[in-house]
Design a protein around this ligand. Sequence first.
Ligand code: ADP
Ligand code: MG
Length: 331
Amino acid sequence: MATDEFKLISRYFAANAGDRADVILGIGDDCAFLKMQENQQLAVSMDNLVENVHFFAAAPPYYIGYKALAVSLSDMAAVGAEPAWVTAALTLTNAAAHGEKWIDEFCRGFFAQFACYDLQLVGGNTTRGSEINIATQLHGFLPQQQGLRRSGARVGDIICVTGSLGDAGMALQLVQKKLLAAVPSQITEDLWERLYCPPSRIDMGRALLSLASAAIDISDGLLADLGHILEQSGGVGATLEIDKLPLSPWLLECSGTDIASAQRLALGAGDDYELCFTVPTHLAEQVEILAREYKCSVTQIGVIDATPGLRIKQKNGALFAPTQQGYLHKW
Ligand code: ADP
Ligand code: MG
């Protein structure tokens, strides 16, 4: 079925956009007009997902849509912001826009979390191109003078992570194996979900505003992302205890007896979108209380110290050498 950008916009995007009182003018004009609340700062984050870089072209479009919003929500969580307004710039291929089944499913995933956070899609851009590229921008609110940053970690702070690490890395390995198999076996929904539907940490991020000294979301792998905290906190260092890394029962089951490979995934693989944050020791108990209140597991995995660099200690005291530092786009 032939379609054009305006049919797609009205049928799939304007129709599902949401309805917030602070949107003065939404989709349909040259700009959106948005009303800020007094005493709030605007937190803005943008991400794009590129076909065959951030997602497999063969992935079910529901999961691609879900991830397109989830990566931006994760950035909001990392600074402790309350998300509100969304813009989206889509480059769609013929295959994605024609027939419209793809875009229908994509939207089902993209809008899946809108009601949960009272989000509104207020504008965007839709173009045709040779590969799919989805850019999502999220605007959220932060109380004046507040906001978690990467730069506040101090020597003596404890290092914590939410949830479990390495699941997305394992799912990626399994999906890759199955896609490459001579006779591709079916990839289960469960596997796509582990790869493309990270848990949202928005509530936890907001609750950490008054406790954490620094925070980041783990998109490229724990070592890489914690490395950003260390660097931006004036070159402090960190010592992690490898046995404390939170590994899910599923990851352990997939890894069999090879726990070291599960630990490597937890340290170096990306796409988990959990939070990594630092807290002064005297607030550690407060974090535990929050974790219980928000039903979000939090694990203390190490401490910030004065010696620059990152050390990973094993139970016997020996240092663990990771093989992968994290994901980096290179040209
Ligand atoms: P302009 O040419 O002025 O940039 P467009 O004709 O591209 O505007 O878009 C028309 C309207 O539809 C604008 O309000 C734009 O923000 C909105 N829009 C375009 N694509 C999308 C999309 N994928 N999702 C939400 N709104 C969109
Ligand atoms: Mg215009």
